[in-house]
Design a protein around this ligand. Structure first.
Ligand code: HEM
Ligand code: HEM
Ligand SMILES: [Fe+2]
Length: 481
C-alpha cells in the first residue's frame, strides 16, 4: 500500500508520471511569467528600469509567451493525467511521449534564452527562423514552430491511439476532436506574409479560436473529469453538460472571431457579425457556472480534495467574469471603437486568461499532489491548510487589484485619448500622463506584489501539501443524482 504523505511516483500510472513532469515545468514557467510581468509593470512607473538590458518589449514577450506555454504544458499534463483512467488502458507509445517531453522542453528553454539574450535581429527572414516571428503570444521562431508541430502530432497519436485501444468515453471523444482543431489552428499562425492586415487576419485564427473555442473545450473536458473525481458526480450528467457547452462554445466562438476584424482592414460586414456572435459568447460560460455550482450543491460541497474543488469553482467564476463579462463589455463595435487596445483590453486579458485557464491548471496541480502522496486526506481539517487558502486569497486579491486598476486606466484612456482628443497622437500622450492612468499603474504594481506572494505560497504548498497527513483520502459516497 502507498505510504501516506510521502511523495512517490510509484503511486501513479504511466501517463500520470509524465503529467508530473509537464506540471513541474508549467509551475516553473508560471514563475517566469510573474517575474517578467513585474519587470514590465515596473517599467510603466520607472521607464529607465533595465533600459537597453531588458526593455519593456522583451519583458512583455517573455511574460505572454511563458503564459501560453505554461498553460499548454498544464493542458498536456492534464490530458496525460486523465488518459489511462478514461481509456482504461496504459498510454500507447509512452516511451515516445517521454522523449517528446524532453525535446519540447529543451526547445522552450532555448527559445526563452534567445528572447532574453539575443532579443532582436535584422529585419530579414533569418530572424524569423532563428530569433522570433514577432506575432504576439506565438512569437516562437520558425524552427521551434516546426518542432512544436511534430511534438504535437506525436501527442495526438498517443492520445488517439490510447482511446482507440481502450474505450472512447464521451470526454475522450470530445477531447480527441478538439485536439485536432486546436493543433490544426496552430498552422494558421505559421503563415508568413508582409501584408499586416492579412497577417493579422490569420494570426487571430490562432489566438481567438484557441482561447474562445478550442481551449475552452479542452478545459471543459479535463474539468469534467475533475468534477467526477473530486465530487463523485455521475458521468452521464457531466458528459451531457459537456456536449451542450461544446455546441454553444463553437456556435458563438467561431464567428465571434469577427470582434478582432473591426479595425484591421477587413470588410465592413465583420462589424455586424463580430458584434452579434461575440455578444452571445457569454452564454456557454453561464452554462459552465450553473453546471459546476449545481454539482457542488447536489454533493453538498463534500469533496475529497478541497483545494482542487476551490480552484474548480474559481475557474467557473473566473471564466464567467474574465471572459464573459469583461469580454462582453468591449465587444460591441460601438464601444470597441473607444476601448480598442487600451488598458481596458489588458484588464480583460488578465482576468480571462487567469480566470479561465490558470485556475484549471492549478486545480490539476492539487489533484496530482494528492495522488502522488498516496491519495492522502485533502478534505476539511487538512494539516497546514492555511497555505492553500492564503495562496488562493493572495493570488485573487492581487489579480482583482490589477484588473480593477487596469480597467480604470483603460476607462480614462477611452475618455481622454479617444472621446475627447479624437485618437490623435497628442491624445495618446494626454491619456497616458493623466493622473488616473498613473495611479492605475501604481495600483497594478501593488496588486502584482500580492499576486507574487500568492505564487510563492502556491509553490510552497504544492511541494508540501499532505506531507504531515496520516489519513487516507475521504471516500465519496456514490452519487445520488
Ligand atoms: C477565456 C477566454 C478569453 C481569453 C483568454 C481572452 C483573452 C483576450 C486577450 C489576451 C485579448 C487581447 C489580445 C491582444 O493582445 O490584442 C483579448 C481581446 C479581446 N477579447 Fe478576449 N478573451 C477571452 C474571451 C472573450 C470573450 C468571451 C469575449 C466577448 C464576449 C472577448 C472579447 C474580446 C475583444 C472584443 C477583444 C479585443 C479588444 C481590443 O479591441 O483591444 N474575449 N481577449
Ligand atoms: C505579478 C503579476 C503580473 C504582473 C505585474 C503583470 C504585468 C503585465 C504587464 C505590465 C503587461 C504588459 C501590458 C501592456 O502591454 O501594457 C502584461 C500583459 C499581459 N499579462 Fe500580465 N502580469 C501579471 C500576471 C499575469 C497573469 C497571472 C496572467 C494570466 C494568467 C497574465 C496575463 C497577461 C496577458 C494575457 C497580457 C497581454 C495583455 C494584452 O495584450 O492586452 N499576467 N502583464
Ligand atoms: Fe476574441
Amino acid at each position: 500500500m502507498a505510504t501516506l504523505g510521502v511523495f512517490d511516483t510509484a503511486n501513479l500510472n504511466g501517463g500520470q508520471k509524465l503529467a508530473i513532469k509537464y506540471f513541474s515545468v508549467a509551475l516553473a514557467l508560471f514563475g517566469a511569467q510573474v517575474l517578467f510581468g513585474m519587470f514590465a509593470a515596473f517599467q510603466y512607473i520607472a521607464p529607465d528600469f533595465l533600459y537597453e538590458v531588458l526593455d519593456f518589449s522583451v519583458n512583455r514577450t517573455v511574460h505572454v509567451n511563458a503564459l501560453v506555454v505554461w498553460l499548454l504544458y498544464g493542458f498536456l499534463g492534464g490530458v496525460y493525467w486523465i488518459l489511462e483512467d478514461e481509456a482504461g488502458v496504459p498510454v500507447v507509445g509512452l516511451g515516445l511521449a517521454n522523449l517528446i517531453f524532453w525535446i519540447l522542453t529543451l526547445a522552450v528553454v532555448i527559445v526563452v534564452l534567445v528572447y532574453i539574450l539575443v532579443q532582436v535581429g535584422p529585419a530579414d527572414i533569418k530572424s524569423i527562423w532563428l530569433i522570433m516571428e514577432g506575432r504576439e503570444y506565438i512569437e516562437a521562431p520558425r524552427w521551434a514552430d516546426i518542432g512544436i508541430v511534430v511534438s504535437v502530432l506525436v501527442f495526438f497519436f498517443n492520445v488517439a491511439a490510447t482511446f482507440s485501444k481502450g474505450k472512447y468515453t464521451g470526454i475522450g471523444g470530445v477531447l480527441v476532436l478538439d485536439l485536432l482543431a486546436l493543433f490544426g489552428l496552430y498552422l494558421a499562425g505559421m503563415f508568413y506574409t508582409p501584408n499586416v492586415s492579412v497577417d493579422q487576419f490569420w494570426w487571430w485564427w490562432v489566438i481567438h479560436m484557441w482561447v474562445e473555442a478550442t481551449w475552452e473545450v479542452i478545459v471543459g473536458c479535463i474539468m469534467a473529469y475533475m468534477l467526477i473525481q473530486t465530487l463523485g458526480v455521475r458521468r452521464k450528467i457531466v458528459e451531457t453538460w459537456l456536449y451542450i457547452e461544446v455546441a454553444m462554445l463553437f456556435g458563438s466562438g467561431i464567428l465571434g472571431l469577427g470582434h478582432h476584424y473591426f479595425w484591421i482592414g477587413t470588410p465592413q460586414y465583420w462589424l455586424a457579425i463580430g458584434g452579434f456572435f461575440s455578444a452571445l459568447e457569454p452564454v456557454p460560460l453561464v452554462a459552465m457556472v450553473v453546471h459546476a455550482v449545481f454539482d457542488s450543491g447536489v454533493h453538498k460541497l463534500k469533496s475529497n480534495n478541497h483545494p482542487a474543488l476551490a480552484w474548480t469553482i474559481a475557474q467557473a467564476a473566473g471564466n464567467l467574469f474574465g471572459a464573459g463579462v469583461w469580454g462582453f463589455m468591449h465587444t460591441l463595435p460601438q464601444i470597441n471603437l473607444y476601448t480598442h487596445g487600451t488598458q481596458w483590453t489588458t484588464s480583460h486579458g488578465h482576468l480571462a486568461f487567469y480566470g479561465a485557464y490558470a485556475t484549471a491548471v492549478i486545480a490539476f496541480f492539487y489533484l496530482a499532489a494528492q495522488k502522488s502522496r498516496g491519495n492522502v486526506w485533502m478534505s476539511g481539517g487538512l494539516v497546514g491548510d492555511w497555505k492553500w487558502k492564503w495562496a488562493l486569497a493572495f493570488q485573487w486579491i492581487g489579480m482583482l487589484a490589477m484588473v480593477m486598476a487596469l480597467l480604470i486606466a483603460g476607462y480614462e484612456q477611452s475618455q481622454v485619448e479617444r472621446a475627447m482628443e479624437g485618437a490623435t497622437w497628442m491624445g495618446y500622450f494626454a491619456g497616458q500622463s493623466h493622473p488616473w492612468f498613473i495611479q492605475g499603474m501604481n495600483w497594478r504594481m501593488v496588486g502584482g506584489w500580492f499576486f507574487s506572494l500568492g505564487y510563492v505560497l502556491l509553490v510552497w504548498d504544492i511541494l508540501t501539501i499532505g506531507k504531515r497527513e496520516t489519513r487516507p483520502s475521504q471516500v465519496l459516497a456514490p452519487a445520488a443524482h
